[in-house]
Write a protein of this length. Structure first.
Length: 425
């Protein structure tokens, strides 16, 4: 089955861009399972549904291709699972996801490397925080954690300055594009259909059926923002997974019949990266992380598999765009060159020999957050029927870091949840 996108149906007047008028004339199509968003999480869910659970899957993605959202704008680190509160979804999905991911990478020859990570205290006053991280990591079951004194760590990493370090040997890096390509291939070879340039703009739950309003992304991009939006197609699936990343919350708010009160307020935090230029070889062998800061893990050192060194991401709280721009991923991803001025002092705390002028603007990503500045970080949210009362529907909210590491565990959990809840009937 091919998703048919019918054009030329945008018409009639409406106020705030919300769908108005009759939808009688809009073509309807049934489907077994629809996954919204082809980021790493949507791809992992599609693979799990198609390859493991044998479902007929349609993946609807607003962009021209897969993985162009947060999934290609991150540190590409396979996280160990140290930081998260014990028993949180982040902790358990990170641990399980890391095992699944390493296994998958080995089996499918995805470029990756378990290079290990050092979390460093650069002042004596940071040492208690490092000890807290150690106990938390141990509680979360992270293997092989070990404290090093400053001397030892600086012997291992001659360019590093620190007073104490926590070594996490199971942390690593991955070529996330190859990983996504492999998930995509597996999903497709089990019959999953990918409909790119296709945006879900809302929906309705009525009479026990969920309907998704689907639009051609190109017409949405050209939409004058005044005339009413009318979907090109209405999809009526039995299973829907909302893995729309930064678009997941605004989309949920646009599903009539879903209780608004269970949809949290979205917050957005941009993170910028700078790359290291003018170096013959990377100054570090391990990932180097400072003590975490509010909203992120601190401006850290990441190495990619080509030996490029990047620093980042910082935390810049931004206002979201309007919903439609949000679905179309029309965020400001530019990295201002003068931002480097704030990076130098941060980085020199642990890398004192960083040369002036060696940082070049890299790229930026945006974290889909569920709490704002200075608030306690929230956990991933996975909402199924038990919470919103809609059978076969799962919302994924706040899938920020470690979402890449956790992706296969999230997929496993989501699909098991759907199968479980549908068996109970
Ligand atoms: C700066 C930064 C650094 C990070 N570093 C790491 C790291 O080192 N390790 C790690 O494990 N994790 C990391 N993460 C987290 C990780 O990148 C994300 O958790 C993960 O990529 C989320 O994947 P996703 O599929 O949920 O979202 P996305 O990749 O954003 O995919 C969502 C997709 O949905 C599409 N979409 C949106 N709305 C609609 C709609 N209405 N209709 C159709 N399609 C829609 C979008 O176009 C997009 O392709 C980082 C994140 C950021 C931002
Ligand atoms: C999606 O849209 C882009 C840009 O408009 C276009 O170049 C591309 O061919 C389209 N892809 C598909 C699969 O329709």
């Amino acid at each position: 089955m091919r998703l048919k996108i019918h054009r030329g149906l945008m018409s009639a007047a409406g106020k705030d861009g919300w769908i108005s008028g009759s939808l009688e004339s809009v073509p309807k199509e049934t489907a077994e399972a629809v996954v919204i968003g082809a980021g790493v999480v949507g791809l992992a869910v599609a693979r799990e549904l198609a390859a493991k659970a044998g479902r007929e899957v349609i993946v609807v993605e607003s962009a021209p291709t897969f993985g162009s959202g947060s999934s290609s704008r991150n540190s590409e680190v396979i996280h160990a699972g140290i930081y998260y509160p014990p028993n949180s979804l982040k902790a358990s999905f990170c641990a399980r996801g890391r095992h699944l991911l390493y296994e998958y990478c080995r089996h499918h020859r995805i470029p990756h490397k378990q290079i290990g990570k050092l979390i460093v205290a650069t002042r004596p006053s940071e040492i208690p925080k490092l000890s807290e991280l150690m106990s938390r990591g141990v509680e979360n079951g992270v293997e092989g954690l070990r404290m090093m004194d400053g001397q030892e760590a600086m012997r291992v990493e001659p360019e590093l300055y620190c007073t104490k370090a926590l070594l996490s040997p199971v942390s690593g890096i991955i070529d996330s594009h190859s990983f996504m390509l492999s998930l995509l291939g597996e999903a497709e070879s089990h019959g999953a259909i990918f409909s790119y340039n296709t945006t879900v703009i809302g929906g309705k739950y009525e009479g026990g059926r969920l309907q998704l309003y689907v639009c051609d992304s190109k017409s949405l991009r050209n939409w004058d923002r005044q005339s009413a939006l009318k979907p090109d197609l209405i999809l009526c699936p039995r299973i829907v997974v909302n893995s729309a990343g930064l678009g997941a919350l605004p989309l949920s708010k646009r599903i009539h019949g879903l209780d608004d009160r269970i949809v949290p307020t979205p917050y957005f935090a941009r993170g910028c990266y700078f790359t290291l230029s003018n170096v013959k070889s990377p100054p570090f062998q391990h990932l180097i992380y400072p003590i975490p800061e509010d909203g992120g893990l601190g401006v850290h050192v990441t190495l990619d598999l080509n030996g490029q060194v990047k620093f980042g991401p910082n935390v810049e709280w931004i206002d979201g765009t309007d919903d439609i721009s949000n679905f179309l991923n029309q965020f400001d991803y530019s990295v201002a060159g003068d931002g480097a001025n704030r990076f130098y002092p941060e980085i020199r705390k642990y890398y004192p020999h960083l040369d002036d002028g060696s940082l070049e603007p890299g790229y930026a990503g945006i974290r889909p957050k569920l709490t704002g500045p200075m608030q306690i970080p929230s956990d991933f949210i996975v909402q199924g029927e038990k919470i919103h009362g809609i059978p076969g529907f799962v919302n994924l909210f706040g899938i920020e870091s470690p979402g890449l590491t956790a992706s296969m565990a999230i997929a496993e959990h989501v699909v098991a949840k759907i199968m479980n809840e549908s068996h109970k009937k």
